[in-house]
Design a protein around this ligand. Structure first.
Ligand code: IVH
Length: 675
């Protein structure tokens, strides 16, 4: 080969790898499998060592921040790493506090102290210390399972390697944020879109020598598993962290009352631009650990904490077109295609317009000059239109009344609000609408569902386009010979995909139910259903028994969910999908959590108001102790717990069915507790 040809190929490969890097760092998307990526990198480096004339400052050999590999060992977190729910306004905070007070069944004037901690926008990590020694460090991963990045974390000087303080727990996972200071990021600007990407890239380098080249910092703020921790509240714990040699956020404060939280928020927001690290909000945590324990978690966020986000970055751009996207539940979402613009370090070219009513209300049109807002990980959206910049020729946007699948769309009537929905949707046709089917498949492979490595949204799009997949079962019968020959694929990547898919054939019942994407059945409801049915076969026979009203006994499942489940099972296509998936999958029976609990095999229902404890807390207590809660009196009920002003009818039916009726004290005694 001639020198020119070799150089051309070399530069092409570099261009390609940098495209992969860009997607990975800026959009958090892998365009190719790790194997394909690593092979490409190897080819470039081999070329460089074979031909001395090849040189490029964009080569992976010259750049520190290349894509990290997924070859890190995966390790379970002893205690999962949760996420936080968001609050954007004072109203959200008032609601957050109200919910806590209701859950704890306290009077409205109950004073709650919060640890208010500016939320650093970095990468979280969990550091395990045994007998004072830093023994292992994990990334957050999916919250349940992280990657073992001990060597890389070891290079961070803010992380103490040995702690000799007498009161340092025997064993503890210290959790916090790894980040890059803005002043240090200045030197890395041309390699990464923002400090967060730089920290993430650096932390997940295969070689810890590469991590060392980027000055990472660590701030500690919470703990996971612990044995021997002597702190009774978060603020004391933060103080201890400081004494033990960890860095803590200098702007942490102990505050009570929503008004004071807001004052602090405004003060910190003012300081924000002058800080040397990026913060994207303030985390409020109920200070008292005993209250935190009572409050517990919902799905994957604690009830006792919230992230109060700062208002986002805004920018002005122009709408080039308005596209209608069809969601998994059939909702038609208008999306503005805007002239690409950089908002807070991220290139934005799409902004959601929410729904038809929003377009009408704001009179948004193609060609309009608009202000677009982007807040953290929330999808960018159009906030206002500059009508003065509008041309005379501009026309109102007519929202399509038909789904691209050809079906007439509808606006549902909401019985509770007595209003028509703002959202227009393709009637819930599930997999029968090819547009919805595509979205359902994306959901099926997504992180919380089947979580198939390397099978992202782009691949679902592509495989649907090529008719390689139409229904979920097709994923498990892929034509790999064909895939291998596709542009950008090859034997290695096809094999990798097959491996990732095979690995996920074993799945828990709750994930499986969630993956079906039944409307109104999110993670929490899927869990409830899985626990109720126990096995896939029981779940499947629901359609045969036609006894949906039993579902109302599952506490948490209401009329809305019931109608949706019934609708799902009424479609032959769904039954066929279940049967086909049954043939290829290994769906695990639902695990009974803490089956040894004091309330094992017992079911409860509460009627009337209890003292100092809310319904929600009673429900958590029962479930923590292996009992179940039901929502009506039936033969399945074992105990009716009565409080103040109980429903007479419930007591009468319970008596008729000879169900044990107990009061709050008797109930607490069953748990070896007293009120
Ligand atoms: S507490 C138990 N405290 O925010 C709640 N998180 O959305 C979760 N973060 O993954 C952890 N500053 O990366 C906590 N002072 C702080 C934090 C903080 C930043 C990040 C962390 C977590 C994410 C949750």
């Amino acid at each position: 080969m001639k020198k020119k040809e070799i150089t051309k190929q070399y530069l092409q490969k570099i261009k390609l790898i940098n495209k992969f890097n860009k997607f990975y760092f800026d959009k958090n998307k892998s365009l190719v499998s790790d194997k394909v990526y690593d092979d490409l990198k190897k080819e470039i480096i081999t070329l460089e060592s074979s031909y001395i004339f090849l040189k490029s400052n964009k080569s992976p050999s010259q750049i520190v921040g290349h894509r990290p590999s997924k070859n890190f060992k995966k390790v379970l977190h002893k205690i999962p790493m949760l996420s936080l729910s968001n609050a954007f306004s004072e109203e959200d905070l008032i609601n957050f506090e109200k919910k806590i007070i209701n859950f704890l069944s306290k009077k409205n004037d109950f004073k709650i102290f919060y640890s208010a901690e500016p939320k650093i926008d970095g990468i979280s990590a969990s550091l395990t210390y045994k007998k004072g020694k830093f023994v292992r460090g994990l990334s957050r991963g999916d919250g349940k399972e992280g990657e073992e990045i001990t060597d890389n974390l070891y290079t961070i000087s803010d992380i103490p390697k040995k702690i000799t303080s007498k009161d340092f727990p025997q064993e503890i996972d210290i959790r916090g944020e790894v980040f890059i200071q803005n002043s240090d990021f200045e030197h890395l600007k041309d390699k990464f879109a923002n400090p967060r990407n730089a920290a993430s890239g650096s932390l997940r380098q295969k070689n810890s020598e590469d991590t060392k080249k980027i000055p990472l910092k660590f701030i500690a703020y919470t703990f996971g598993f612990e044995s021997g921790l002597k702190a009774v509240n978060q603020f004391d714990f933060l103080k201890k962290l400081d004494e033990w040699g960890f860095k803590i956020n200098p702007l942490n404060k102990l505050i009570s009352g929503v008004k004071n939280l807001i004052t602090n928020y405004i003060e910190i927001e003012k300081k924000r631009a002058n800080l040397d690290f990026d913060i994207d909000g303030i985390v409020y945590k109920v200070n008292d650990f005993a209250l935190q324990k009572r409050l517990g978690n919902v799905a994957n966020a604690p009830r006792w904490a919230v992230a109060h986000k700062f208002s986002s970055n805004k920018a002005v751009s122009q709408i080039k077109d308005i596209e209608i996207q069809i969601g998994r539940t059939g909702a038609l979402t208008p999306v503005a295609k805007i002239k690409p613009i950089n908002i807070g370090g991220v290139q934005v070219s799409n902004a959601t317009l929410h729904n038809e009513d929003e377009i009408i209300r704001k009179d948004i049109r193609i060609g309009d000059t608009v202000t677009v807002e982007r807040a953290g990980d929330v999808i960018p959206h159009v906030i206002s239109v500059d009508v003065l910049k509008r041309k005379n020729t501009s026309k109102k946007f007519i929202f399509p009344k038909k789904c691209p699948c050809g079906y007439e769309t509808i606006k549902e009537f909401n019985k509770i609000t007595k209003k028509f929905d703002a959202v227009r949707r393709c009637p819930d046709r599930g997999f029968e609408c090819n547009r919805i089917a595509k979205e359902k498949l994306k959901h099926f492979v997504s992180k919380e569902a089947f979580n198939i490595d390397g099978f992202g949204k782009k691949i679902v799009e592509k495989f649907c386009e090529l008719s390689l997949i139409k229904l979920p079962q097709d994923i498990f019968k892929l034509d790999y010979d064909r895939i291998e020959k596709l542009d950008g694929w090859g034997k290695l990547s096809a094999d990798n995909l097959r491996y990732s898919i095979d690995e996920k054939k074993k799945i828990s019942l709750e994930r499986f139910i969630y993956s079906l994407g039944i409307r109104h059945i999110g993670l929490e409801n899927a869990k409830l259903l899985a626990r109720n049915f126990g096995s896939f076969q029981n779940f499947k026979t629901l359609s045969k028994k036609n006894n949906y009203s039993d579902l109302l006994n599952v506490d948490g499942i209401g009329e809305t969910q019931l109608v949706s489940i019934k609708n799902f099972f009424s479609k032959n296509i769904n039954i066929k999908i279940l049967n086909e998936l049954d043939k290829v999958l290994n769906i695990q029976d639902a695990k009974v959590v803490n089956a040894e609990g004091l309330l094992r095999d017992k079911s409860f229902l509460v009627t009337g108001k209890l003292k100092n404890i809310s319904r929600a807390e009673v429900k958590s207590l029962i479930e923590e102790n292996s009992g179940i809660t039901v929502s009506s009196v039936s033969k399945k009920l074992n105990y009716l717990i009565t409080g103040e002003k109980p429903t007479k009818k419930k007591i009468e039916s319970a008596k008729a069915l000879k169900i044990k009726i107990i009061d709050q004290d008797e109930f607490l005694r069953m748990l070896n507790k007293t009120s």
